[in-house]
Design a protein around this ligand. Structure first.
Ligand code: NDP
Length: 490
């Protein structure tokens, strides 16, 4: 078993500062926030609790940088810097993944995949910088009209704790490609990799002030960033309640928003499905990152005739899953915090009180060697009524709700009877049914015979309360430029 103290020392000196205008800022007047390894409970670092004034300073730096050397770069040169930044991140994968695992608890292989995808975001968007073309509009022989895509300005990025490094790059990639600058507020539980990444960006040549980081509490630093009148676009991932408050704050200064607010995604298994293929897919869809994924397939809508057989197979596999410290590459790591563990346990306790049965799991577990960790057993609740809290609310832990269905039409009705609309999946051998489902289900991404099959280049985002706008792929760029029309009268 890994020696956690040794692992922490291998991570090297961990950041304990704000990063503003290319400088590490140590401000003795600020309170500090302790970050912990959620598996072992070891203290990792103390970061500043940034204030409203810290946000003011970071936004001012980002505003100055809009008109500095960053603006003077040719599109091709900007793209080259972004590519170099991506490759510089990839070159530091070992350290970044180690710190990400220690800070967030996720298995090391997932942390490595997160760093790879962080690098990929910069490289992917690097290629578009010199292709952000405008159009011409015919206005007759006496006029020439053309459009240009111009930067929107300072962008604010409020990051959650579930996929920290990846979410930083997911917003920064398109924001920088379009020539904007940025202020990032990482989640207080997982601030470390964002601080490491911004320094790598600058070492790769991105000018100081283009990307700034203010660690701190959401209610102070996050709120100040959302309210700042010089922030022209806000990119937020997190809960619906906080997303709404960010949207309200943005409205006060008419800033645009990209919001990604979670889901309660339906995963339909028809009786004709290939169950050997479906079983591992169902488990991955719900237990990946210990269920702390916005697009998790948490509502399993199963055709009644195969329900018992499928549940038996799921339970057998779930009970063989290994929980442990992320550095040991378990199937499931810990939840992010004691607070999240209590929230998830609250859902399962209340469900039991209402008579809901768990075929497996249903509560926290203690893992030998990680007694202070926030571990929750992979859990499968059966025959969950469609109007039950467990079938409607985002649990954000490893809890699957199985709901029997009698037809595809019923699956679509139940699937759409939700405030959320982020992702959806189906397993069936009937391509007609699969396509009917894909067309009818209200979700931003639909997976047929393979949940979570999309990569970083496929547009991602939600309908209804799951959010506003799209991230990933070329669609993400639309949030980060303004269209300016120039009309010349000859
Ligand atoms: P929040 O939505 O509160 O946090 C997300 C981010 O917003 C964090 O950086 C947080 O800072 C910041 N924040 C908090 N309050 C404000 C505010 N008033 N103004 C601006 N920013 C703010 O989520 P929680 O961490 O509290 O998690 C609660 C639930 O949210 C989870 O159980 C899950 O259901 C959902 N969630 C969904 C995610 C998704 O991927 N869609 C990701 C994370 C959570 P700080 O860390 O300091 O609180």
């Amino acid at each position: 078993m890994t020696d956690w103290n040794e692992a922490v020392s291998k991570a090297g000196e961990l950041p304990d500062y704000l990063y503003i205008d290319g400088q590490r800022v140590h401000d003795a007047t600020l309170d500090t926030i302790e970050t912990h390894d959620p598996a072992s409970g070891l203290r990792l670092a103390m970061v500043p609790a940034g204030s409203r004034q810290s946000i003011d300073e970071a936004v001012a730096a980002a505003k100055r940088a809009l008109h500095g050397p960053w603006a003077d770069l040719s599109p091709r040169a900007r793209g080259r810097l972004m590519w170099q930044a991506g490759e510089a991140i990839r070159a530091q994968i070992d350290r970044l993944a180690l710190v990400e695992t220690l800070d967030s608890g996720k298995p090391l292989r997932d942390a490595r995949a997160g760093v790879e995808s962080t690098a990929n975001y910069f490289c992917y968007y690097a290629g578009i910088v010199d292709k952000l073309e405008g159009t011409t509009v015919p206005l007759g022989k006496d006029k020439i009209c053309f459009t240009e895509k111009v930067p929107i300005g300072v962008t604010g990025h409020i990051i959650p704790w579930n996929v920290p490094i990846n979410m930083v790059a997911r917003g920064l990639g398109p924001a920088l490609a379009c020539g904007n600058t940025a202020v990032i507020k990482p989640a207080e539980d997982t601030p470390l990799t964002a601080l490491l990444v911004v320094e790598i960006l600058e070492q790769a040549g991105i000018p100081p002030g283009v990307v700034n980081i203010v660690t701190g509490h959401g209610a102070v630093a996050g709120q100040a960033l959302a309210e700042h009148p010089d922030v022209r676009h806000l990119t937020f991932t997190g809960s619906v309640a906080t997303g709404k408050s960010v949207m309200i704050a943005a409205a006060q200064h008419v800033a645009s928003v990209t919001l990604e607010l979670g889901g309660k995604s339906p995963h339909v298994i028809m009786a004709d499905a290939d169950l050997e293929r479906a079983v591992p897919d169902i488990l991955k869809a719900v237990f990946n990152n210990s269920g702390q994924i916005c697009s998790a397939g948490t509502r399993l809508l199963v055709e009644r005739s195969i329900q018992d057989e499928l549940v038996r197979a799921l339970v057998a596999k779930s009970e063989g899953l290994r929980l442990g410290h992320g550095l040991d590459n378990p199937d499931l790591g810990p939840l992010i915090s004691g607070r999240q563990l209590s929230a998830v346990a609250g859902f399962t306790e209340r469900a039991r009180e209402r008579g809901i049965e768990f075929a497996t799991g249903g509560g926290p577990v203690t893992i030998e060697g990680c007694e202070k960790g926030h571990f929750f057993a992979p859990s499968i609740a059966v025959n969950v009524p469609v109007d039950d809290e467990l079938a409607r609310d985002e649990v954000f832990g490893p809890v699957l709700s199985v709901i029997p269905i009698d037809s595809l039409e019923q699956a679509i009705d139940i699937g759409n009877d939700s405030d959320y609309g982020l992702a959806a999946g189906i397993h069936t051998r009937d391509i007609g049914n699969a396509m009917r489902y894909a067309r009818a289900i209200e979700a931003g991404q639909v997976y047929i015979n393979g949940y979570h099959a999309a990569g970083d280049t496929v547009p991602f985002g939600g309908m209804k309360h799951s959010g506003v706008g799209r991230e990933k792929g070329l669609a993400a760029l639309d949030a980060y430029y303004e269209i300016k029309s120039v009309i010349v009268t000859l």
